[in-house]
Design a protein around this ligand. Structure first.
Ligand code: DGL
Length: 279
């Protein structure tokens, strides 16, 4: 085979490889959903570390170790890029992952959310909500200030995670919880609020209702999907002819994952769901 046609052949094979996505649990399916909407032909391999969720309450060292193991698992599935769907993992581990696996592009929800927020904000006063690990890492704040934000207000909203898992996303308890958590962002303090956790897009309606019209919400799941598309285009890795197959792996028994996962994704994931054995 002449060299250039072999190159074309290899380029085609690279494009056909799946995209890996990992999260601490099932919440990252909001990111998979956004990616699937924007890139319907791409094959997606999802890993939810359901045996060790939550990451949001763990130390950075522990989350980095988990993120390394998750990435190794996805690499064993032959992925061409890895999306770190978990904000807590993105906040603590993305730089380490890029150092450890320099040949594979890693796309993190945080960088994507920051870029989107800076396009949306008019005042430059941006808010961010996330898990304790995410807010304490200071990663959103650092990146937002580097990109020119005037002020950044961050607040951890840990109860939003179990509310979303339970499906209590628009009842009075969700609304009362949101009213307490979102107080620091009221009165025009920010004009843009980043939903810096995989679970929060499920509560988006309630959060929007409490924040009112003057605050624009940035859904990092959609932002990361756009960033991934740009990256695949620029690296000539976009798969435009694939069948959009999905494969879901979890590290704990798939039974609970089936129920919660189907709620997050709005479709039954059971037929493509398997237990993952991490090294
Ligand atoms: N996936 C996590 C995040 O986006 C939320 C759940 C957890 O604490 O692990 O930060």
């Amino acid at each position: 085979m002449p060299n250039n046609s072999r190159m074309r052949d290899n380029a085609g094979k690279e494009k056909e490889k799946p995209i890996g996505i990992f999260d601490s649990g099932i919440g990252g399916l909001t990111v998979l959903h956004a990616i699937g909407q924007l890139l319907p032909k791409e094959e997606l391999v999802y890993l939810g570390d359901t045996a060790r969720v939550p990451y949001g309450t763990k130390s950075a060292e522990t989350v980095i170790r988990y993120s390394m193991e998750n990435s190794r698992f996805l690499l064993s599935k032959g992925v061409k890029a890895i999306v770190v769907a978990c904000n807590s993992a993105s906040a603590t581990s993305i730089l380490e992952l890029r150092k450890r696996f320099p040949d594979i592009p890693f796309i993190g929800v945080i960088e994507a959310g920051v870029e989107e927020a800076m396009q949306v904000t008019k005042s430059g006063n941006v808010g961010v909500i996330g898990t304790s690990a995410t807010i304490e890492s200071g990663r959103y704040k650092k990146l937002l200030l580097e990109k020119g934000a005037k002020s950044v207000v961050g607040s951890a909203c840990p109860l939003f995670v179990p509310l979303a898992e339970e499906g209590w996303i628009d009842n009075s308890i969700a609304e009362d919880t949101a009213k307490i958590y979102l107080k620091p962002f009221g009165g025009g303090v920010v004009d843009t609020l980043i939903l810096g956790c995989t679970h929060y897009p499920l509560l988006q309606k309630t959060i929007a209702k409490v924040c009112g019209d003057r605050v624009s919400l940035v859904n990092s799941a959609e932002a990361v999907a756009k960033k991934l598309k740009n990256l695949l285009e620029s690296e000539n890795l976009l798969n435009e002819k694939g069948n959009g197959r999905r494969k879901y792996f979890v590290t704990d028994s798939p039974i609970r994952a089936e129920k919660v996962g189907s709620r997050f994704l709005g479709e039954n994931i059971a037929p493509s769901l398997e237990l993952a054995e991490l090294d």
